[in-house]
Write a protein that binds this ligand. Sequence first.
Ligand SMILES: [Zn+2]
Length: 90
Amino acid sequence: MTRADTLAEQRAYLEGGLAELRCGRCGARVRAKKSSPQQTSVQWTTAATRECDELAALAADGRPTALVPSCPSLRDSIERAVHEGRLEVA
Ligand SMILES: [Zn+2]
């Protein structure tokens, strides 16, 4: 992949409505995108999965965290970001 491709991809990322957010409770940092008021996509990094107590608890239980879209507190943080205009519904 060329450098130009990488830059174009980064721009697409930002323009695609992905915003970096922190979970208000556990501080895990994720990227979130809202494609409609009902639909939110969250990208968890491995570090964030470890930081979030709620996800860590699920993982300890043997539940696959990839199937958990967010912890409940993060959902609130996303709603607040939308409300404050930090995350656009795109
Ligand atoms: Zn959390």
